[in-house]
Ligand binder design. Sequence first.
Ligand code: GLN
Length: 482
Amino acid sequence: MPTYTLKQASDLLHSKKISAVELAQEYLNAINRDNPAINAYITLNPEQTLAEARVADERIAAGQAHVLTGVPLAVKDLFCQTGWRSACSSKMLDNFISPYTATVVQNLLNAGMVTLGRTNMDEFAMGSTTEHSFYGATKNPFNHNHVSGGSSGGSAAVIAARLAPAALGSDTGGSVRQPASHCGITGIKPTYGTVSRFGMVAYASSFDQAGAMAQTAEDCALLLNTMASFDERDSTSLAREQEDYTRDLNQPLKGLKVGLPKEYFTEHNSTDVQAALNQTIELLKQQGAQLVDVSLPQTELSIPAYYVLTSAEASTNLSRYDGVRYGHRAAKFDSLEEMYSNTRAEGFGSEVKRRIMIGTYVLSHGYYDAYYLKAQKLRRLVADDFQAALTQCDVILAPNAPTTAPKLGTLNQDPVQAYLSDIYTIAVNLAGLPAISLPAGFGADGLPIGVQLIGNYFNEAKILGAAHQMQLNSDWHTKTPA
Ligand code: GLN
């Protein structure tokens, strides 16, 4: 099993101890052996992978390598990529080979990364377990009876199972951080607007943001350096100077003010999650960080606000899947109207349909003010909460989920229960803030537990630095499934 971090893989490649082709082949062999048991990759194309690796080797030989050149990468199925089926784990796009490539993927390919394959996710990124995938759920590498989290559960699982050193995920309401937490890896969701959304299949456009997933915070910083860019093809892309996200990695924790929001430290957390948080607090104290109590009073209201707004945006974004231009089209229909309805009835899974119905309802005449507008106002209050808290501290410490990864087949029995489990991740997306999840312990069930560090806008380097320092002083991120 190849166990390299991204940094280690990069060092081996650039000191010519291993070639990109050898490295890719090593991962492909491991994928062949271990992926069937966990269903984390849903599309592979070894010929394409090895062709990309050969190009990377030529670049390294010519002395033109970027730090990422030749490093293998797993891509969440939601990013369009030329030549690859880009299905967003939906029957609707099961036959869709993308004619263009998402900017964030292109940035990584330009740096010379090598695509290993496409990873499983909840259909259209709606969910917290990958059980809403058309291709079946991804199993947690630490225990195959449990989910890997979601929606980027495939990306988290391939890193945990050491079937890729790094992966792309996306985070609309926690989909990078929660699966990272459930699979014992590290994942960062940057400030909204930092990474281009061009070519990312849209779920809720004012929330969606691509994120980096890897074993370590250092690796995430290296990925983000290349992922982030201004893109005029994304109207919410931010025109900012390119920054070096590794710049604070050596910044000691001494003096860092860490806020503990009282609404996140309640009896809703399992004892195991609370223990991991307490352990993290001890680690931070030992390293000289200062803990301060803060409050995020609108925490509970972030759930209805999030599900009203994201469903509203989803209902309009998904109206494009009508069987006319691309994707699935029903085989039988007698009228245009029936072609639309049969196509959508067949192509979407039940969770996607539920959200389209909620979204259509809250946007409909007579309900718009009561739901959509109210939720927008709440969104502002949630964002204001964070600004108030962040005047008292540099970063906020939080859990990712109230429990470890649930057993397969349990969480989605009650959709409302599933939505409630997102309580600790979605407020960050309502506000558009950056947050990182890093491994911080294990539950009695042997499943990983992660904690989040939330920063203010554009403070990615700060939270990456703090996470890196924590990883220099702990070893949770090195643990692999038995
Ligand atoms: N679980 C949340 C949802 O279902 C978050 C998903 C995401 O971040 N893509 O909407």
